[in-house]
Write a protein that binds this ligand. Sequence first.
Ligand SMILES: *Cc1c(COP(=O)(O)O)cnc(C)c1O
Length: 376
Amino acid sequence: MIQINEPAREYAALASSIEAAVLASLRSGRWLFGEATEGFARDFARYLDVTHVLPVANGTDALELALRAVGVGAGDEVVTAANAGGYTSIACRVIGATPVYADILMPTMTLDPNDVVARLSDQVKAVVVTHLYGNLGEVDGLRVLLDAAGRADIAIVEDCAQAHGARMGERLAGSLGDIATFSFYPSKNLGALGDGGAVATARDDLAHRIRLLRQYGWEPRYHNVAAYGRNSRIDEVQAAVLRIKLQHLDAMNCARRAILQAYRDALPEGYRLCVAEGEATVGHLAVLLCPNRETAQVHLNRMGVQTDIHYPTLDPDQPAWRDLPMRSGPLSTSRLAVDRILTLPCFPHLTQAEIARVCEALHSLPSASQTDAAAH
Ligand SMILES: *Cc1c(COP(=O)(O)O)cnc(C)c1O
């Protein structure tokens, strides 16, 4: 079976340099806030072309801290998409903020700026744009619409957990909004050997808030000056791994885009990939939009291709959150897509032979008219 993702291959390809870096950080005797964390923060800030990168413990913490930094508190509202895996909703719940769900655009499956504006209220303090599946969302267009609606006060947070390296010309995901969050979970485009995350921003005031919040709210040590401060740190060992892997990120993203292109060329009529054009995607996930998902899933699995669904349930429909405060529009595109999406294998060390086998399986999918006929 060809797997959706196999991060172990990436490790194997870089093992000797990763192991040397890990050993050096173990022997340094400084296992938190040492040279590796500082070095990675500097390297990643230069890569993104932002002034500040603040490493934290994981991507969900990064979202919570970024929302708090832009002033979101209990009872405030945060507009976001309903199809992005629930991470922003989780951050809102921790804060006591209310998520407000707006619809998405095809084919990128990212937030629709017009629907965000239709959801605005006086309580909205921030919008989280998730660059889903590696596709850049419309941050610039959203900023223009918010400003035109007289809401320059609303902050835009980019969730870049699936989009390390996605770009529009010289501008990268993570440098487009007021503040941005990253996860370095092992399967991400830039993945650690455990947990890790970061907040990026060009704004000094927000960087200062994050620096306080991630270390108990202290300034100086033992003086709590930020009310919701807590502990969210990255390990030196993970930062050392990330510093090595960052050097290979662009090449690995390139390999992911080549896989998407091969799949796109193999698809029969009626199927499409949820991708942005050119370098505006980094192919975190290869997600197919199927006329009939059930049929496609069975066919691909029979052909030895593993599939998965990212994500099977919209946030407002999740059992744990159904009775909590939320607002939502009709979400017509989100609801149409949620039953048709199907994730295919996509990772930088997929072999040419495996890519060819997936393409063959895709090429032999029943076309939209065949699945229609079967349904009658
Ligand atoms: C993985 C992911 C997160 C959460 O990151 P963790 O490091 O697992 O907490 C947040 N948002 C998106 C879009 C993700 O894919």
